[in-house]
Design a protein around this ligand. Structure first.
Ligand SMILES: Cc1cc2nc3c(=O)[nH]c(=O)nc-3n(C[C@H](O)[C@H](O)[C@H](O)COP(=O)(O)OP(=O)(O)OC[C@H]3O[C@@H](n4cnc5c(N)ncnc54)[C@H](O)[C@@H]3O)c2cc1C
Length: 444
């Protein structure tokens, strides 16, 4: 029987990071990582295999990052928590000192007529499956994307780059409506429309039709949309069967219950990433945010706590997200104006827009807009949104730091920032600070 100090089940964002961070602690002599797939994809890069990257091969996680961690390609079928062993499809029994579950999530596949037809694809994070998706999209001329969240919007943008006629069908009033405030959603919708993508919002797909292969999609408002391929992008659900069978507690949003140390109801078993329940930084209540960045953070916390119990605490998920669609980037950190209201906050909003270089004649200067959300009662920043060019990505990370540090409107207004003509906005119009000052005028 194989034996390791730490065994990790799952080899994507969470499992990879757990292995890398655990192996950094030299006290841990032997780490084993078990994953189902021979090759692991970079999950966030999946839409880009269609156009920008052009192949699945260019979107693989390099196993070399695992260093001395032993990689086993197999599927874990059961956990014996008393004996501290795992069993696999391949017939192995593996003993563990501590176990990290990083079994992730899988796409929600709706029970809709026609979903089983050829060329109807959910977004499975499996390279062999994705190769089939790539081949089909390569030949397709008409693509329908069901679901206009960030995954659907990214797929739509990539498919149109391949000269496909793309339609996005979204049942909510806007694409990206779960992630952003309305004005930011509209900006992305306008960009997609400009590049030729048709967007149907407030519209539900009723059925997918075709003989063996998809031919068209029918919507509840009567639209019939031609389709050679369909991408289903309507969300994910945590993959927790293994944990359930092992008797671990499952939470209200379907993830494995963990405490602030990423420990499950069994002190020898940790859970990280999409399979673990998430709790809001703002309310402590379960929330359905599942991101690779969150997964990697949780994995680092679990690794530290394996080595020194209760070394690091997870004080909650903030949700930091960014994307670039049809040349327009948006980023969100924490609560939007709408989600803050849903959470019961009274808010004060600060806004600012300026180019992200100075003077504006500098090469690469792009208009960058920032919207900050403050809690009216405490003055603390609880969220931020931005849209503009490539600087938007790191700007949303910066906004996440301000939210996590619970900075007040006065602290945001007096931030210490560095500026440079070729790299940032001018200090006179630095967007986060100016948006803070805009909010300050509404507090005073
Ligand atoms: C198209 C797309 C784009 C995305 N873009 C972004 C983005 O830009 N930014 C961002 O932060 N997030 C993004 N996400 C979300 C992100 O991909 C997920 O949050 C992330 O993959 C979660 O990582 P994970 O390791 O927890 O789970 P997963 O990626 O789901 O991996 C789970 C792993 O567990 C293995 N496994 C499961 N069960 C077993 C078993 N019984 N035995 C052995 N192995 C098992 C699987 O084989 C897999 O290796 C995107 C997701 C998709 C689908």
């Amino acid at each position: 029987m194989k034996q390791a100090n730490v065994v990790i089940v799952g080899g994507s964002a969470a499992g990879f990071q757990a292995a890398i961070s655990t192996a950094r602690h030299k006290q841990i002599k032997k780490v084993i990582l078990i994953r189902k797939e021979q090759r692991a994809v970079v999950p966030c890069g999946i839409p880009y295999i269609v156009g920008t990257l052009g192949s699945v091969e260019k979107n693989l996680l390099p196993d070399a990052l695992l260093g001395d961690t032993e990689l086993i390609v197999d599927e874990v079928t059961s956990i014996d928590r008393e004996g501290k062993t795992l069993s696999t499809v391949g017939g192995e029994t593996i003993g563990y000192g501590k176990l990290i579950l990083a079994t992730g999530s899988e796409p929600v596949v709706p029970k809709m007529p026609g979903v089983e037809l050829q060329n109807v694809f959910a977004v499975w994070k499996d390279p062999d499956y994705l190769e089939k998706v790539h081949r089909a999209l390569d030949k397709a001329r008409h693509v329908v994307v069901i679901g206009g969240g960030f995954i659907g919007a990214e797929f739509a943008d990539e498919c149109r780059k391949m000269d496909c006629k793309v339609t996005v069908v979204e049942m909510l009033e806007h694409c990206l409506f779960v992630n952003c405030d309305e004005d930011f959603c509209i900006r992305i919708e306008d960009k997609l429309t400009e590049v030729g993508v048709q967007i149907l919002t407030g519209c539900r797909v009723q059925s997918i039709q075709g003989k063996d292969r998809v031919d068209c999609v029918l919507c509840d408002r009567g639209e019939k949309i031609k389709a050679d391929a369909v991408i289903l992008a309507i969300g994910v659900k945590p993959r927790v069967d293994l944990a359930k069978r092992a008797g671990l507690s499952i939470g209200e949003k379907g993830g494995i219950v963990v405490d602030q140390y990423m420990m499950t109801s069994d002190p020898s078993v940790f859970a990280v990433g999409d399979c673990a329940e998430k709790y809001s930084f703002f309310t402590g209540k379960p929330i359905a945010i599942r991101l690779a960045s969150t997964a990697a953070r949780e994995a680092r916390i679990a690794a530290a706590n394996l080595v020194q119990p209760r070394r690091q605490r997870n004080l909650g998920t903030i949700g930091v997200f960014s994307t670039m669609i049809a040349g327009a980037a948006i980023g969100v950190a924490g609560l939007t104006e709408r989600s803050a209201a849903e959470f019961g906050f009274d808010t004060v909003i600060g806004e600012a827009a300026a180019v992200d270089r100075h003077p504006s004649a500098m090469p690469g200067a792009t208009e960058l807009r920032v919207k900050l959300v403050f809690d009216k009662n405490t003055g603390k920043m609880i969220g931020g949104e931005s849209c503009g060019g490539v600087s938007t990505g790191e700007l949303s990370n910066c906004m996440a730091v301000l939210v996590a540090a619970e900075m007040t409107v006065d602290q945001v207004t007096t931030l210490r920032v560095g500026t440079h003509p070729a790299l940032t906005a001018s200090p006179l119009v630095y967007q986060i600070v100016n948006a803070g000052e805009d909010a300050l005028t509404k507090f005073i």
